[in-house]
Design a protein around this ligand. Structure first.
Ligand code: SF4
Length: 338
């Protein structure tokens, strides 16, 4: 369970009962509390980029989501559902590293009812269509679920709305914190998996592959549509053997569960120049394979280029995963392999 080093309360948060409850809870546990006289977050220590990063990751901010205009979330969903921003994990390649500033604290919102009321407006505006909300566009929301219960409330909210869907992805395993929520198949949970060598080297402060898979088995048993995001895939040395062993471990843990609705998304490793610079500042000793000379350069849809594996390597990867997934999970859906 994530236990923050310090919890910062924004001034406006105390208008909500949940913030008062959390204040009492963290005070009773002897955790450092900072009550702000404004909504501007301050009080996180750290001098070097690495210290600032680590201190930010150990800081929980309890705040109020003021902007109730949701960001779009193409192509996988219509809107982001902003329950949490930031993540306690310390993955070296994380997409959030270039987005959350030098002290990437975790911010959890206490006005969840207002956020869900806004979601309801969007659903009603699009009443003839299914509206999909993504709960992890700027976070991994699961580590703070024991404190906020935001996912549980969202899952139960969407269970009552047949023309809406909710989805989120996680690398964490504390699924007991939401698993008993009434979902009626309207929430899908995706687990981000990787081989243990990658987890041990690059996904600091996250659970092992086995723990994630055991958590996924519990979620599948509860009837949630479940997805597996295998990413980033590193095509280094014995990669086929290791990813095959990962898929086999997944099969061994879930093959006994009937009526599974499972899907796969596979993404090869890629990086931008901006991300590489940031990674080298925060993790100066990183061993992430980021040699531009070994990659192809491709302009992305967001106006900047990425270094990706070359075409032959990607084709080889596609062939491998298609074959292995068909072999171990013949009834699953492969959404994409890129
Ligand atoms: S668990 Fe996900 S969101 Fe969190 S640091 Fe790792 S990659 Fe980023």
């Amino acid at each position: 369970m994530f236990i923050p080093d310090r919890v910062i309360f924004e001034k406006d948060a105390f208008q909500y009962k949940k913030a008062v409850e959390l204040f009492d809870y963290f005070r009773s546990k002897g955790i450092e509390i900072i009550s702000l006289s404004s909504n501007r977050v301050q009080g996180i220590p750290g001098d070097s980029p690495a210290e600032k990063y680590a201190e930010g990751k150990r800081t929980l901010v309890i705040g109020v989501r003021k902007t109730l205009k949701f960001q779009t979330c193409k192509p996988s969903a219509h809107f982001q559902l902003p329950l949490v921003s930031g993540c306690v994990g310390q993955c070296e390649y994380c997409y959030l590293n270039t987005q959350l500033g030098d002290k990437p604290y975790i911010r959890a919102y206490v006005n969840i009812e207002e956020i869900l009321a806004q979601a309801d407006k969007y659903i009603k505006e699009r009443r003839d269509d299914i509206t999909i909300f993504e709960g992890s566009a700027t976070s991994d929301p699961l580590p703070v679920e024991p404190y906020t219960k935001g996912l549980t409330k969202a899952i139960e909210f969407f269970a009552e709305r047949p023309n809406a869907r909710f989805r989120f992805v996680t690398k964490f395993s504390n699924v007991e914190d939401f698993i008993d929520a009434e979902h009626r198949g309207n929430t899908s949970v995706r687990f981000s998996l990787n081989i243990d060598e990658v987890i041990n080297n690059y996904e600091h402060k996250t659970p092992s592959a086995r723990k994630r898979i055991e958590a996924a088995a519990k979620v599948i048993e509860k009837g949630y549509p479940t997805g597996f995001l295998i990413a980033p895939v590193f095509l280094e040395e014995d990669w086929k053997k290791e990813y095959d062993a990962l898929l086999k471990m997944l099969k061994d843990n879930i093959c006994h569960i009937s009526n599974k609705d499972i899907s796969f998304e596979i993404i090869s490793h890629r990086f931008t120049a901006k991300a590489k610079n940031k990674i080298l500042q925060v993790f100066p000793g990183t061993t992430l394979p980021m040699n531009e000379g070994n990659r192809s350069y491709r302009f992305g849809q967001f106006g900047y280029g990425k270094y990706i594996y070359n075409k032959e390597q990607i084709e080889d990867m596609k062939e491998f995963f298609q074959k292995a997934i068909r072999n171990y999970f013949p009834e699953s859906r492969i959404l994409y392999i890129i």
